[in-house]
Design a protein around this ligand. Structure first.
Ligand code: NAD
Length: 363
């Protein structure tokens, strides 16, 4: 029996509800396979501030480092919004990324056929399907570059600097190529090389790395064009690799065209052999916390990514994804994906716990 240690950080708001549902699904996988998932729970976010005064206690970092992977619910809530920036719950996310060296953010954008009517694109485009993986650089670029304010003859000026070095681009490019090798062997690198020097280095470096992946078809798009093509021909994309800021914006655009925020998983990965972190892209949804109304599927699909990328359990990951597709095809919906006026008789409105149970049963 293979043992996998999973550090669970339920966090705030709907975090505990969706991570509980996810544990239920992972336990069902363990029950009929040769794998043992050992869970330990750790504090982070607002709940950690209340208990220890810190959004990311040292014990949590140590617990995550000793695990094979981390499952995170969500952090944050209005009761902590007035705290200074470095004491806020969201600090825990940046802290975990830094402490675990998570430099690649992986976000699939998949349009589930059962939810195709929720896609805001033209039905003919939606009918062709959407199945893209975004690989976003997470620890460099303009969000981490030199910034400040200075006085000029024309008044105060503020600046933020986009800077990338070859090592940073190489490692994220490799993550993109490796991902493409596991999929349809097509990689689109998004930059702004017609204007930005940092993008020109990005492009040169991606082209150099491509020599190690001759099977992958590589193309390059400027970010403004990429944002248009995602809407015009989303089915042409397989894997997209891009910078921290462009990835932030484009992956939200892709999230929008694939339906509800409650459906979208993500992974943050570091060097091979180190624990990855898996989390739904949504926040703590304080407006529905504790009401059994949260959609647990983004968290459950994040666990499928954990099995695939951290544990190399491909068929178990497939089983979870197929179970989710089946439950949706059977018409079960949480409130966020329940569509009034569309086939109401074929949809059944259910809560977080029931949705998790149904996925576990459908495995
Ligand atoms: P949010 O994602 O929490 O909620 C936005 C809207 O989507 C709300 O109406 C919410 O009810 C709904 N929603 C979100 N997830 C859902 C789910 N699984 N099922 C059904 N409906 C869902 O974003 P927000 O309201 O901007 O932020 C709330 C708090 O979460 C803030 O404190 C914010 O800082 C934090 N946040 C945390 C993370 C994270 O932990 N990774 C990410 C984003 C925001």
């Amino acid at each position: 029996m293979t043992k996998y240690k999973i550090a669970v950080i339920p966090g705030d708001g709907i975090g505990p509800e969706v991570t509980n549902g996810t544990r239920m699904v992972l336990e069902a996988i363990a029950a009929d396979s040769n794998h043992d998932f050992v869970f330990t729970e750790w504090l982070a976010g607002g709940i950690a501030i209340d208990a220890t005064g810190e959004p990311l206690p040292a014990a949590t970092i140590a617990g995550c480092r000793k695990s094979d992977a981390v499952l995170l619910g969500a952090v944050g809530g209005p009761q902590w919004d007035t705290l200074p920036g470095d004491k806020r719950p969201e600090r825990a996310l940046l802290g975990l990324r830094g402490e675990l060296g998570l430099y690649a953010n992986i976000r699939p954008a998949v349009l589930h056929q059962a939810l195709a009517s929720a896609c805001p694109l033209h039905p003919q485009i939606a009918a062709r399907g959407i199945d893209i993986v975004f690989v976003r650089e997470l620890t460099g670029g303009i969000y981490f570059g030199e910034r400040g304010r200075r006085d000029t003859a024309d008044g105060q000026q503020a600046y933020d600097t986009e800077a990338y070095n070859v090592t940073e681009v190489e490692r994220i490019a490799r993550t993109g190529f490796e991902m493409a090798m596991k999929r349809n062997r097509k990689l689109t690198s998004v930059d702004k090389a017609n204007v930005l020097e940092s993008s020109r280095l990005w492009r040169e470096t991606v082209i150099k790395v491509a020599a190690d992946y001759p099977e992958v078809q590589l193309d390059h798009l400027y970010v403004d064009n990429a944002s248009m093509q995602l809407i015009r021909r989303p089915d042409d994309f397989d894997v997209v690799v891009t910078t921290n800021m462009f990835g932030d914006i484009l992956s939200d655009e892709a999230a929008m065209i694939t339906g509800s925020i409650g459906m979208l998983p993500s992974a943050s990965l570091g060097a091979p052999g180190t624990p990855g972190m898996y989390e739904p892209i949504h926040g703590s949804a304080p407006d529905i916390a504790g009401l059994d109304r949260a959609n647990p599927l983004a968290a459950i699909l994040s666990a499928a990514m954990m099995l695939r990328y951290s544990f190399d359990l491909k068929s178990e990951a497939d089983r979870i994804e197929m179970a989710v597709a089946k439950v949706l095809a059977d018409g079960y919906r949480t409130g966020d994906i329940y569509q009034q006026s569309i086939n109401e008789d074929k949809q059944q409105l259910i809560g977080t716990k029931r949705m998790s149970e149904l996925v576990a049963e459908a495995l």
